[in-house]
Each structure stands twice: as structure tokens, then as C-alpha cells.
Design a protein around this ligand. Sequence first.
Ligand code: ADP
Ligand code: ASP
Ligand code: MG
Length: 403
Amino acid sequence: MKNIVVQKFGGTSVRNLECMRQVLNNVRRPLANGDKVIVVLSAMAGETNRLIALSKQWSPTPDAAEMDSLVSTGEQISVALFAMMAKDEGIKCRSVLGFQIPIVSDSSYGKARIESIDSEKLVGMLEEYDVLVVAGFQGIDSLGRITTLGRGGSDTSAVAVAAALKAEMCEIYTDVPGVFTTDPNICAEARKLDRISYDEMLEMASMGAKVLQIRSVEFAKKYNVAVHVRSTFSDEPGTIVTQEDKVMEAVQVSGVAYDKDQAQVTLVGVIDEPGVCASIFTPIAEQKILVDMIVQNPSKEGRTDITFTVTRADLDATLKLMEGLKAEIGYKALLSDKNVSKVSVIGVGMRNHSGVAAQAFRAMRDENINILMISTSEIKLSCLIEDKYTELAVRTLHQVFVG
Ligand code: ADP
Ligand code: ASP
Ligand code: MG
């Protein structure tokens, strides 16, 4: 069997016929080498959002499984259109939907996890075709229902297919030339990284850098697939996401990320006794709501304040749960704020350097930005701030740590 190359193209890369022709140029490169190509495509830019908005007209609380049937159609459109065009260009190809492979997932509609991929089926199809155009984002569960892998999930489809085929590399083509020290669309000083470790990329993605979906990096790390993030619209090499090496450790901070999809919840005057946190966070977890930062103040007169963050989409459901718990945990007030965001500095080098936090806090003070919450890990420092200061904070932290 010939070598198999896996390439993924995001929404902006397939937004119209002209861009799809650029995609085809990138596909032709490995084809000219005699390789077979699996092309994983996203929905055309804006299409997934359009479908989500459409669903809201029909139902304020759309059924999760029907929702996945709906939003998965975006990828069906792009693979069919692309395969049509490529065939006209004389390429032996066909489109393949998630369920046709199948890419089997669990049944967490809207955020499904891939469980297995029939790689033999793919390899078999490649005997007949030179290019398989695979719909990203889509899976099928054990009940035979269509699932989707969460926003940005086509990255994960691509890396998972590469892992299943034991490919050493997965190419992720997008609208920027690689992974930068911060979002190049909000900071002109952002620098492209030649290489970044899986762990740093995981932190960057978890902290909001949407250039790669978090799960795609988890897959890449687990199966040791190198990921090459690069531009659809230029030939220059991008960024290789791979195992950590000595050169990476020498850098204290490799990047700055931000996440505007944050909301803060505070329970004021909670009775401070064993089991209170369990009572608060168990029902939240049962609803599959992800809690990010958590702060509990020292108690005064047997009462304490507990503040935590969730995504904005989960705020209403979280507040409803907390209202239901009022009698049980006896808080005095329930406060919330949607106008917050999180900025983070990330770097494996932080393990061996002290003073990063103090330096970050001074930088924020100099710009008069108030810090609402702080959280740290070995290789990351995050601050929750007022939403309107996000860009300023990112540029300031980038200036201080990356230069
Ligand atoms: P695609 O549609 O190709 O999947 P995305 O919009 O999901 O593309 O991801 C690419 C975007 O990620 C860029 O346009 C950029 O604004 C954003 N981004 C955020 N942080 C970074 C970063 N550190 N490096 C590069 N891009 C970043
Ligand atoms: N179309 C999906 C989204 O917009 C998946 C993807 O583009 O990766 O989130
Ligand atoms: Mg994306």
C-alpha cells in the first residue's frame, strides 16, 4: 500500500469555490508524490453557526440528538461539493460521511468522544480511490444516531483518522500560517512558533486558542502523531506540534491565550461545613457542565463565599441548579457575571522559573486591569478579568513575556 497523507481544512479554507481550488492545490502535492490522500473537511465558514441559529427558531431547547443531525449537515455539504469539483479535475475521489466509515463515538450529543474508527474500511476504499474526502465533526453512536464532536471537532476527526491509520503526521490547514505566540488576529506582534510541545499546545487550546481543538491535541499526544498546523493559502512551513525537547524548555513563556467564553458565578454566605462543595458541584457535574476556576474564601462566622466559572452557554442552567439548592446549602445571595474573560500565559519553562505570576500581576496593574480570579498550574497562569480589557491584557502580557 502506498503512503497515506491526512490533511484537514477548516471552514475558511472551504468557504467558496475559489478557496476549494486552493485546497485542491494542497491535495495535489502528495498526490504528485504518488501518495494517497485523506482530506478531512469542515463545514463552510459560518454554516455551523447558521444551523445553530436556525434550530433556535424552532426550539429554545433543541433536542440534543436532533441538533447533531442538523449541524452535521454542514460537513456533508462541503465534502460533496469538494468531491464534485475534484472529480471534474480528473481526480479519483469520493466523499465519505462519518457514519459510512464508521467513526464510532459515545452518545454525548454535541460533544461526543470518538471510540473507534474502522481504518481497514478506509484503507480498502483507498485501493479504488486516490483521495477520500471525509466529513469532519461527525460520528455515529451505538444506537445508530449521528453525533458531533464539539465546536472545532474536525481537527479531532483528522488527528483520530491519522492515528487510526498509524500516520506519523497530520496536516491541519487553516487561515493562519501556524500556531503563534498569541492570536495573530488581535496582536500584531504575535510570532509564529516553529515547534510547540503537546503539553503547551494542550494548555493553549484549553485556555482558548481555538487554532486546534483540545481533543485533537490529546489524541495526537496519546498516539504520538505530529501535527503540522499551516496555511491553506501559502506554501511556507507552519508549526509542528510534537514531543517536548530541550530547546522548548529554554523558553520561559511560549504563548498567551484568551477565552471570552466565560461566566462567573458567586454564592455569597454559604454555610461552611463539610460536604458543601460536594453539594454544589455534584449536580453541576451530573449535567455535564464543565467548571473551570473555583475559589473559596476563608470563612467568617461560619460562612464563606464560593466563586466559580462556567462557559456562557452553561450559565443559565448553572444558575437554575444553584437556585434549586438554596434551601440545602443556605447561601445569602447568588451573583453572576457574563462580562468576564480569561487571559493566560503558558510555557513549559515556567516549571523552572519563579516570578512569572508577580511579573504578570505588575503588568496588569500598570494597565489598571483588575484581576477577579487567579488559577495556576505547573506550566500556566490564568487571570479572570473584565471582558472589555481582553485585547489590552493579551497585548500587555505578550509584550512582557514574549517581547
Ligand atoms: P479553522 O476554521 O481552520 O478550523 P479556526 O478559526 O478554528 O480555523 O482557528 C484558526 C483561528 O485561531 C485563527 O484565525 C486565529 O484567530 C485563532 N487563534 C487563536 N489563538 C491562536 C494562536 N495562538 N495561533 C494561531 N491562531 C490562533
Ligand atoms: N463545523 C464545526 C464547527 O464549526 C466543526 C469544525 O469546523 O471543526 O465547529
Ligand atoms: Mg477550527
